[in-house]
Design a protein around this ligand. Structure first.
Ligand SMILES: Cc1ncc(COP(=O)(O)O)c(C=O)c1O
Length: 330
């Protein structure tokens, strides 16, 4: 059996039990196994193919959009496969690996200054909108305002989770950026069973958390940075705020203790899950989203060993042993 296009491999990601210390069953949806490495392959493809169907995007056109990284990577991959030129605007905080990946797929990358407020004229959001007005024959899907972003997850991620858990899911916890994931999955799951709790994970410095006075933060991908139709607060039972420090602290733990090499938003989600699920029971099934891979953040030094860990490491012990043997021989 084979697929006749890489794009056909988007979605249907595995759901895997992770033994976080919790009385409940925690099941991670491995969205980083999508072909370009993140959950953003789903809405990017959906919005592009919808634009093609509506005649808004034609052969030879240029796709332009703003992204914290992963969505830009998805558009760049799709553009390469379908033959469109792609221009992606990212903020400076986007990891070097993500910036290089966008370029590797042949897209043009524009790095904009980090601005806490998306309304800032220099923000990556505003530059993408400006370029789409200036560049002829260009199309901007605009994931922040496009309701198809939500619809994607309503039609694919939500039903997958429902079927994979055989309807046993009691809680859903996901990072909230554009909120396409939490809103779309939330809408679908609430329709199946209104008792399912939908929990978003945000940065304490986001536009929403600070009531319109955002401050810089380092987690990439999550953070509710504007009021938009994509954000459906009616399906969110709770929003948990996780600091950069707590999110970053969980990323190396998830890799070295559990074998999940995942990124910063997954670190934030796992941290929130570990805290939140202490109050649950063994009858609870909690689905969490692991949105991208830790390989996109290796140069951020979050996996660097601490001094005490280094001195404990096997190689150092072996080195000390060899040195003391050499001294004895001398
Ligand atoms: C790794 C990662 N996790 C979570 C999110 C948040 O997803 P959404 O934009 O659907 O809220 C993003 C968004 O870019 C992301 O890249």
């Amino acid at each position: 059996m084979y697929y006749n296009s890489l794009l056909k491999t988007i979605g249907n990601t595995p759901l895997v039990k992770i033994n976080l210390e919790s009385p409940a069953s925690i099941l991670a949806k491995l969205e980083y196994l999508n072909p370009s490495g993140s959950l953003k392959d789903r809405p990017a493809l959906f919005m592009i193919e919808e634009a093609e169907r509506k005649g808004l995007l034609k052969a030879g056109n240029t796709i332009i959009d703003a992204s914290s990284g992963n969505y830009g990577i998805s558009l760049a991959m799709i553009g390469a496969i379908k033959g469109y030129s792609v221009i992606i605007c990212v903020p400076e905080k986007t990891s070097t690996e993500k910036q290089q990946t966008i370029k590797a797929y042949g897209a043009e990358l524009i790095v904009c200054p980090d601005t806490a407020n998306v309304e800032d004229p220099n923000s990556y959001h505003n530059l993408a909108i400006k370029l789409s007005k200036e560049i002829p024959n260009s199309f901007i899907p605009n994931q922040y305002l496009n309701l198809s972003n939500t619809e994607t997850h309503y039609k694919s991620t939500g039903p997958e989770i429902w079927h994979q858990t055989e309807g046993k899911i009691t809680h859903f916890i996901a990072g909230a950026g554009t909120c396409g994931t939490i809103s779309g999955v939330g809408q679908y799951l609430k329709q199946q069973n209104p008792a399912i709790k939908i929990i978003g994970v945000d940065s304490p410095n986001s536009f929403r958390a600070t009531k319109g006075n955002p401050k810089p933060y380092q987690i990439e991908g999550i953070g509710i940075d504007l009021d938009s139709p994509v954000v459906d607060y009616t399906v969110m039972d709770e929003i948990i705020e996780v600091s950069d420090k707590d999110a970053f602290s969980y990323v190396p733990l998830l890799a070295s203790k559990y074998g999940f090499l995942v990124g910063l938003s997954s670190g934030a989600v796992a941290y929130a899950t570990a805290q939140y699920t202490k109050q649950l029971t063994k009858d609870n099934y909690v689905v969490i989203i692991f949105g991208d891979s830790g390989r996109a953040y290796l140069t951020k030094n979050i996996f660097a060993e601490s001094k005490s860990e280094q001195s404990k490491s096997v190689t150092n012990r072996l080195r000390r042993h060899t040195l003391s043997n050499q001294k004895q021989i001398l």
